[in-house]
Ligand binder design. Structure first.
Ligand SMILES: C[S@@+](CC[C@H](N)C(=O)[O-])C[C@H]1O[C@@H](n2cnc3c(N)ncnc32)[C@H](O)[C@@H]1O
Length: 255
């Protein structure tokens, strides 16, 4: 899979829609979990000021900037998509934390061989770009010092949900925990987001996307069908998160 396809897959969009994606997502800063919630979780896990944080697939930098602001850490954000990186740099400047944040373009699949080790590595709402949870953790561990933290936001199948193609890639709760800890790391925190909370955030985001999509559609007639398909796909994904998949944030202490 090439880099554009990886971005499109993580954003649940058709690759041909990438040029319009920044416009479609103008109204959303957070492309994954609540940045304030991630900051609160890391603070309670004991992440200290001046810790070094690597935010893999950082999107528009909402989490990176919140961590720099609220915890006083040094963050390097990597993302493949230039328009998101530009937005991230602008956000850091607006909040006065440019000196604590660096945003660089890169393919996170190539990072896993680098030698530098961080205190914390984040992979939030990125999906299986690095493989299943076991493969993902095995890769991320190389970027984190012993005793540091690996933070993942993703999902697991709700009890009683059969493995359907619509929720492909997700495992049940115990299998997910087995994969996350297969390398010997310890789950320091697990925050399972209540489905009602996920639902209301997703509903609000869906309303913003729908409104913006109708404007973008009007000024880009050639893309109308792709835009409609994008909105329909986001609605389907939102529905799955309402019923079949629990979102969770896991903080692992690297062994
Ligand atoms: C749903 S967004 C999540 C962004 C951010 N982590 C957050 O929580 O707001 C997924 C991100 O993954 C990025 N991405 C997908 N594949 C990538 C890759 N191979 N290398 C770097 N970034 C990638 C996309 O560009 C996008 O910004």
């Amino acid at each position: 899979m090439n880099l554009d396809e990886s971005v499109a897959q993580a954003m649940e969009a058709d690759v041909r829609l990438l040029p319009l994606l920044p416009e479609l997502l103008t109204d959303l800063w957070e492309l994954g979990p609540s940045a304030d919630q991630v900051a609160a979780i890391l603070e309670s896990a004991g992440v200290e000021p001046e810790s070094t944080v690597l935010d893999l697939a950082c999107g528009k930098g909402a989490v990176a900037v919140a961590l720099a602001e609220q915890l006083g850490v040094q963050v390097k954000g990597i993302d493949a998509f230039q328009p998101f990186l530009q937005a991230a740099r602008a956000l850091a400047a607006e909040r006065g934390v440019s000196h604590r944040c660096r945003f660089e373009q890169g393919d996170i699949r190539n990072l896993l061989v680098q030698e530098e080790q961080y205190d914390v590595a984040l992979l939030l709402s990125v999906g299986p770009v690095l493989g299943n949870y076991e493969q993902t953790i095995a890769g991320l561990r190389r970027l984190v010092r012993a005793g540091g933290y690996i933070v993942i936001e993703d999902g697991f199948l709700a009890d009683g949900v059969a493995l359907l193609s619509s929720v492909e890639g997700y495992a049940g709760h115990s299998e997910t925990l087995r994969q996350l800890t297969a390398c010997g790391d310890v789950v320091a925190q697990e925050v399972i987001c209540p489905m009602e909370q996920t639902h209301s955030v997703n509903q609000r985001n869906m309303d913003l996307i729908r409104q913006r999509a109708s404007l973008v559609r009007a000024s880009n007639p050639a893309f109308q069908q792709l835009i409609d398909e994008y909105v329909a796909r986001q609605e389907r994904e939102t529905q799955i998160l309402n019923t079949d998949v629990h979102c969770a944030i896991w903080v692992l202490r690297r062994a």
